[in-house]
Design a binder for this molecule. Sequence first.
Ligand SMILES: [Zn+2]
Length: 242
Amino acid sequence: MSELYRDTGVVLRTYKLRESDRIVVFHTAENGKVRAVAKGVRKTRSKFGARLEPMSHVRLLLYRGRELDIVSQAEAVEPLSPMLSTLDRASQGLAVLEAVDQLSLEREPNPHLYRMLVGVLRTIAQQPSTLNVAAFYWKLLAHEGMRPQLDACVRCGESEPDVALVAFDLNEGGVLCRSCRSGQAIGPEALRVLRDILGGRLASALAEDASPATHEVSALATRALEFHIERRLKTVAMFESH
Ligand SMILES: [Zn+2]
């Protein structure tokens, strides 16, 4: 007898298994990443309908399996249609899913990540902003313990307001003054936006119109996330080789 359990999750991705079956990867509220088989999901009259598409937020009834679970029931928590209403929303949603997929671990509960994911998808659906994804990445990194230092030079500690902090170095984890600078340049406007995102002024950051500064913050967010994921993969590989 396999064990039945309930959970709520967001579909991160799906892939074809057999003719009419699909493997669905969820990040769930209570069980972390779950891979489950959805039988008959590819048939036109599937009992799951279109509810197991990427970005779907669903209440689930699952059978626990040794490797793959089995989806017994899936019921939408909220409609998926707003996420698919514009190309911009859909691509922001997919960028968010990809990041969560990389950070979520199999059967390792991470309810905070689940709440962040549901929150950002709702924000994307309701409030289009050029910084939705970047803000999510920075908050995700902060939650992973990678909050960058933004108010003083990471090397010399200089924090006088008249000293310009002009660079951002991923290896050092923050900003640098002119004499210590390494990494890449960061403009004063981008630094202000980044401080808003991480300093509890998210609403004002999300209200920013697209500008060179928001592009800078977005590009840096992507690089910071990649840097963090790569370093984490290396750490895992190091542990596994011992
Ligand atoms: Zn310095």
